[in-house]
Write a protein that binds this ligand. Structure first.
Ligand code: NOJ
Ligand code: CA
Length: 678
């Protein structure tokens, strides 16, 4: 690691000083300009600090991606913190180090960037200080603000973050709207950037030359950032922080650092899936030893039968959570390579329309008919983990009052994993799911869970910003329109292209608990208008194309019995040595290969939208000179997601790294392959 400090003096002359080093800066009487390049020199940023403001600009391969864009804040009861600054010091450094996540898509991640830190002080008035960090990676830019300790800015409220993204083109954009009642659970819209009004991140944009995604990293004690179009030019997005119910964006105090604003760039959207920029911008975990209770794995659960209307969360005649049913799942899991069994509706408080009222859940008392002690002892004897469930119905106070006891209760029973949920349109009746209120609450959840040695899988929570690096018990989350919409949703379920969009958008944020693996397409008895919009082979392929360290086999055990295709779910791991998104186009098709972390085997998933297509896959990701047995699960000749989804062929062939594999993906179809090292 090399570090250089660039000394800057107050600019009083019109003469420009140019330092021909990385970065260089220019000082004139009116402006101080800085320039920084990525290690491979393909990504570059310019920062311009002048009396009227702070502006950054971003280029890729010498073309502007983001035109000069404003930085700064509005602060309650103070002047805006956005102009009249002098750069009192600027430091640049280079960094390169690789690190090994406890679990993930890769077992080794290279973290390489060039950094510029600007120390700013207002020249007049309150003389407040602001520090801005810029990190340029080969795959994009991260920047964050720091409010150092200072006299005139101690405890304060941010009423607006002024960060802008003046996009250089009217990119084709893939986005979901923010400030809607279903949180992140929407199908993606594809439109010109100029038609975006306010979007959640990651927001993906592409044109013929490049793809770019805006998101954030390390969201701690701050509001999440949505992106709002500034209507007078239709290409400039501004950070729109999700407010508290009183309209304030962030309550804070100096010293503090904001989350990183991230801009990932690549030639093609599929390459963004291979980016580690978000994880690299998070802090490493402070661990002295690898916690043995943190384990990626596959799970099943008493879940889909509720969503398709066969069973209910409510106690009584159609109660899903019974001792007997849980033991059936445990038996199936024990006979297969399934690590955990989730039980929803096991605790007290699920009577009737639980989502319509103030929560009544009790998190350490089982409902009649469910003997949690007997079930967890039975699971233990069979080598299966029980996965607990905390549905809060968005009642934060109600939940927090019980949270410690609830996790302690699980620990006592030997339960090391919990699925959480926040069904509801507002938290405690009036807070958004994405403001600082939720960020603070969820941080408490993750830390409390760790105290009691519990892994977290959260639904309807705050979006992922890579915090799993710092808190490795934070395994996965939903925050997407998942499989559940194919079960009970009155709007008929997801479109066939939905899972071909998610890895390029939501998936850039982190692991996605989408819950694949539906084998029985004939569940219309109670749900006449719903269906799973894929073929069976595509359900298998999703285990590779959608990343989650806790990956569900979502169907009922009886629907997996005597199904040769279940072998793929048995075999596929949930922890990887390497992952490569090989080929794809957003909403059209995607091909992903991953190497198992605990063997030499590789896996491949290829998925299509509603169209039939051939994909040619070069197998050059396999080690050279080695022979593999490829077990291929593919759509049959007449497979079609609408008319004949179950038809699947399972064939084996020998392959090597210089082979080309042609796969025919039927409408709504896919292919899943296990490459067994011979
Ligand atoms: C919504 C979750 O996404 C779903 O998986 C769960 O079954 C229900 N809430 C009930 O908690
Ligand atoms: Ca959900």
């Amino acid at each position: 690691m090399r570090k250089q400090t660039l000394w800057l003096k107050r600019a009083t002359k019109m003469i420009a000083y140019v330092l021909v080093c990385l970065p260089y800066f220019v000082v004139t009487a009116f402006a101080q300009d800085f320039y920084l390049e990525s290690p491979d020199k393909q990504v570059s940023t310019r920062v311009d600090v002048s009396s009227d403001g702070i502006y950054y600009q971003l280029s890729y391969k010498n073309k502007s991606v983001i035109n000069p864009s404003r930085l700064g804040f509005r602060i309650k009861d103070q002047p805006a913190l956005a102009g009249g600054f002098m750069v009192t010091d600027a430091q640049s450094s280079e960094y390169q180090q690789s690190w090994q996540p406890l679990w993930g898509e890769q077992q080794e991640i290279n973290n390489q960037y060039n950094q510029l830190v600007l120390y700013l002080t207002e020249t007049q008035g309150l003389k407040r200080q602001l520090t801005i960090y810029f990190r340029l990676f080969d795959d994009g830019l991260g920047f964050r603000y720091e409010f150092p300790r200072q006299d005139n800015l101690t405890e304060f409220a941010i009423t607006e973050e002024l960060t802008e993204f003046a996009m250089a083109d009217n990119f084709q954009s893939w986005w979901i709207p923010a400030y809607r009642d279903q949180r992140y659970e929407y199908q993606y819209l594809k439109s010109a950037l100029s038609s975006v009004d306010v979007a959640h991140t990651p927001l993906l944009m592409e044109n013929d030359e490049l793809a770019v995604a805006i998101h954030e990293a390390a969201l701690i004690d701050y509001a999440s950032m949505t992106l709002r179009m500034i209507t007078d030019n239709h290409k400039t997005l501004v950070a729109d922080l999700v407010p508290w119910a009183d309209g304030t964006k962030v309550y804070t105090q100096a010293p503090m650092k904001t989350p990183w604003r991230t801009i990932q760039i690549a030639d093609k959207a599929v390459e963004l899936i291979n980016s580690n920029l978000i994880l690299n911008l998070n802090e490493p975990a402070e661990l002295t030893a690898k916690p043995d209770w943190i384990k990626p794995g596959k799970y099943m659960g008493i879940w889909w039968e509720m969503h398709i209307g066969e069973k209910s969360w409510s106690p009584g005649k159609s109660q899903g959570a019974t001792t007997k049913r849980a033991m059936e799942y445990i038996d199936f899991a024990a006979q297969h390579d399934i690590d955990g069994v989730l039980v929803e509706g096991w605790n007290r408080g699920w009577e009737g329309e639980w989502w319509q009222r103030k929560p009544t859940f009790i998190f350490d008392q089982p409902v009649a008919g469910f003997d949690i002690k007997a079930v967890s002892d039975y699971a233990k004897a069979k080598g299966v983990e029980i996965i607990g469930h905390h549905e809060t119905a968005a009642g934060i106070q109600h939940y927090e009052a019980q949270m410690d006891d609830a996790f302690a209760y699980y620990q006592k029973l030997g339960i090391h994993s919990v699925k959480m949920g926040y069904v509801g349109t507002r938290l405690d009746g009036n807070e958004w799911h994405h403001g600082q209120f939720m960020v603070r609450h969820f941080q408490k959840v993750v830390e409390t869970a760790a105290k009691y040695q519990v892994m977290v899988n959260a639904h309807e929570t705050i979006k992922d910003t890579g915090l799993r690096r710092t808190y490795p018990n934070l395994m996965t989350r939903e925050c997407v329109r998942g499989m559940e919409y194919n079960g009970g949703s009155p709007d008929r379920g997801n479109l066939p292209n939905h899972t071909v969009i998610i890895p390029f958008t939501r998936g850039l944020a982190g692991p996605t608990d989408f819950t694949p693996g539906i084998f029985n397409f004939d569940y219309q008895k109670n749900r006449p208008n719903n269906r799973v919009p894929t073929t069976l082979a595509k359900q298998l392929a999703l285990y590779v194309t959608l990343y989650s360290p806790l990956q569900m086999a979502a169907d009922l055990p009886e629907n997996y019995m005597n199904q040769p295709a279940f072998q793929f779910i048995d075999d596929v791991p949930a922890d990887w040595a390497k992952s490569i998104a090989l080929d794809g186009a957003v909403g059209e098709y995607l091909v992903v290969a991953r190497q198992d972390k605990s063997s030499d085997d590789w896996y491949l998933g290829a998925i299509s939208n509603e169209k039939q297509r051939d994909v040619n896959v070069e197998l050059n990701f396999l080690p050279k000179g080695k022979t593999f047995k490829a077990v291929i699960y593919r759509d049959a000749k007449k497979t079609h997601w609408k008319t004949n989804p179950e038809a699947i062929e399972i064939i084996t062939q020998r392959v090597q790294s210089d082979d080309l594999l042609k796969l025919t993906l039927k409408p709504g179809g896919g292919a899943a392959i296990r490459f067994v090292a011979l």
